[in-house]
Design a protein around this ligand. Structure first.
Ligand SMILES: CC(C)(COP(=O)(O)OP(=O)(O)OC[C@H]1O[C@@H](n2cnc3c(N)ncnc32)[C@H](O)[C@@H]1OP(=O)(O)O)[C@@H](O)C(=O)NCCC(=O)NCCS
Length: 154
């Protein structure tokens, strides 16, 4: 079942993120290249979820519950001026992957964008994320750009 996020979900969403983005996070890559920067990559990645779920964006965060357990989520940001809806983060815990939950969450997000008057939806995936590169085109997204991230130790 999909429902709108409530603040008591935040800790679980962060837990899911730390599990699911282990191999597919820019913050993690920076740590691998330069070592732990004071606080580990999870703290930096999980901080994104604070922004995604902040009051202004919270109505665009949706969670998937299986029984009592929250097993996946998707975050959405609206841009009323450009009419481009952005999905900064989504994840489904490994034990529940491959059962169509990600697809349902994405369909729900797209419906939310349409209802809010968005004309385009966008999402990014890393080159090192083979699932994202199947999942996104499979959901009807077209590739529009590739970006290279550089970092330099100071
Ligand atoms: C991406 C993610 C959310 C997909 O969630 P999911 O619930 O497993 O996805 P679904 O079961 O709905 O699968 C939808 C489609 O994604 C693709 N897919 C899912 N898992 C896949 C895998 N392991 N390998 C290749 N393609 C896969 C398939 O095209 C699938 O469609 P199909 O079942 O008709 O073949 C999940 O794998 C995840 O949390 N990954 C880690 C976090 C992440 O990468 N997030 C950003 C994604 S851009």
């Amino acid at each position: 079942m999909i429902r709108t996020y409530c603040p008591t979900d935040l800790a679980r969403i962060k837990e899911i993120t730390a599990i699911c983005f282990e191999g597919v996070s820019i913050d993690r890559n920076i740590e691998e290249a330069f070592g732990v920067l004071g606080i580990d990559w999870r703290w930096r990645k999980l901080r994104h979820l604070d922004a995604d779920t902040a009051e202004a964006n919270a109505m665009g965060v949706f969670v998937y519950e299986e029984g009592e357990q929250l097993v996946g989520y998707i975050t959405c940001r609206l841009d009323a001026e450009s009419k481009i809806g952005w999905i900064p983060n989504m994840a489904v815990i490994p034990e529940y992957q491959g059962r169509g939950i990600g697809k349902q969450l994405m369909d729900y997000a797209v419906g939310y964008f349409r209802d809010a008057g968005m004309e385009v939806a966008k999402i990014e995936t890393l080159d090192q994320n083979p699932v994202g590169q199947v999942f996104c085109p499979g959901m009807g997204f077209e590739e529009v750009a590739r970006q290279i991230h550089y970092a330099k130790k100071l």
